[in-house]
Write a protein that binds this ligand. Structure first.
Ligand SMILES: NC(=O)c1ccc[n+]([C@@H]2O[C@H](COP(=O)([O-])OP(=O)(O)OC[C@H]3O[C@@H](n4cnc5c(N)ncnc54)[C@H](OP(=O)(O)O)[C@@H]3O)[C@@H](O)[C@H]2O)c1
Length: 371
């Protein structure tokens, strides 16, 4: 049988190729999973944009010049030469944009396993973990798409909110309501963050977005105010504020650091504005600081213990999913793209970034899949 891989040129992310190769015979201790379906959002484009600098290309190596973008999704075991992993079991985790993948389970437990492939040993453990759906408290069969689309993003959102509260919003709310300014407010990670922040006292959550996405952001109901990138002058220049940057837009960052004389903290989360990314040197105000989610996980694990942290995350996730999937006003509408051509087209749309922010794209390269 053949495997299909979706490849992108590392230096030209718009150049893609679908490659079919015969599946190699399985070695002892390995398992082959059919990649049932996976989500594709700007987060995955950011993995590619920072693929060299942050080693995202290292998870699924490809031939020189080409990369395989990692994605979050579900896979089912179709072949197993590992005693702790059975054919038919389903796992949530970090997959390649491919129809199948071979993994090398290590540290198996009732909850899942880690991929022990040598080339992944130096990469962060959170990405090497595969959660057994039958034992995963986050898993429900009806919410698979929402899990693939939002779970990894929401965990970051939750940690950003927790980090800011843990640091007393860097003093922004000491003398009245501090403003939390979120760029790319229409992104899923930003609105997950706003959802959490909106439950806090003493702050005002302000969404910044492109003109086309103003109405969508307002419809979410978690931003007290939503402004376009051109409307920053509607916020007092001396307002105490924190910048939570999902766009990574160098020009916007500079404008914000220059305009807001009482900017207390500047947190760099992502880079959705792939064409306007740039360095953050020589800016007025606080240093733009990369948000490192694993550091906050480590801190809370030490303070609360892993179980307590897991329970808090699960509770918050359930509250979020309930709101996102509210049939009366869903925040997310899932679109399925099955097969090589559909995957290619969906990738081009997400890379272009001008699609409907309400849509979440679920993709599949596996034969006979309904994504
Ligand atoms: N540091 C971490 O641990 C971490 C974890 C998760 C996510 N993130 C980052 O958070 C960001 C958001 O990810 P997501 O998956 O939530 O995004 P998403 O939902 O796919 O975001 C879509 C939005 O991003 C903006 N956008 C996307 N592509 C664009 C383009 N080519 N040009 C201009 N604007 C574009 C638009 O927002 P606007 O019109 O509102 O600007 C668009 O509505 C990503 O950069 C991701 O890497 C970081």
């Amino acid at each position: 049988m053949n495997a299909t891989d979706f490849l992108v040129r590392k230096d030209q992310l718009a150049v893609t190729e679908l490659r079919e190769t015969p599946e190699s015979p399985l070695e002892d201790g390995r398992v082959r999973l059919r990649v049932e379906k996976f989500a594709l959002t700007s987060n995955n484009i950011t993995y590619a944009a920072f693929g060299e600098a942050m080693n995202y290309w290292g998870f699924y190596p490809a031939e020189r010049g080409w990369g395989r973008i990692p994605v979050w999704g579900f896979g089912s075991v179709v072949e197993s030469l590992h005693p702790a992993v059975a054919v038919g079991e389903k796992f949530y985790g970090y997959y390649p944009m491919s129809s199948s993948v071979v993994l090398q389970p290590v540290r198996p437990s009732p909850e899942g396993f880690f991929d022990g492939a040598e080339h992944r040993a130096a990469l962060h453990a959170v990405y090497n973990n595969y959660a057994r759906c039958s034992a995963d408290p986050f898993y429900t069969p009806q919410t698979e798409d929402v899990q693939a689309l939002l779970r990894p993003l929401f965990i970051t959102s939750w940690l950003i909110d927790d980090f800011l509260a843990d640091n007393n919003f860097f003093g922004a709310s000491d003398n009245g309501e501090g403003l939390m300014l979120l760029s790319s407010a229409s992104s899923k990670t930003a609105y997950g963050t706003a959802f959490q922040l909106a439950q806090r006292q003493g702050i005002e959550v302000v969404g910044l977005t492109s003109a086309a996405n103003l109405e969508f952001c307002r419809s979410l109901g978690c931003y007290r105010r939503v402004l376009s990138y051109e409307q920053l002058d509607q916020i007092a220049a001396d307002a105490a504020c924190v910048y939570i940057d999902f766009a990574g837009n160098a020009g916007l960052r500079k404008t914000i650091h220059t305009r807001f004389t009482n900017l207390k903290y500047s947190s760099s989360i992502g880079g959705t504005h792939v064409e306007q990314l740039g360095g953050a040197r020589d800016l007025p105000g606080p240093r733009a600081t990369l948000f490192f989610a694993p550091a906050q996980i480590k801190k809370r694990n030490a303070e609360w213990g892993a179980d307590s942290l897991g329970q808090r995350l699960l509770k918050a996730w359930q509250g979020f999913v309930g709101t996102v999937c509210d049939p009366a006003a869903p925040w997310l509408v899932v679109e399925h793209h099955t097969g090589p051509d559909a995957v290619k087209a969906a990738y081009a749309a997400v890379l272009g970034g001008r699609g409907d922010p309400r849509v979440g794209h679920m993709l599949s390269l596996a034969a006979n899949s309904s994504a």
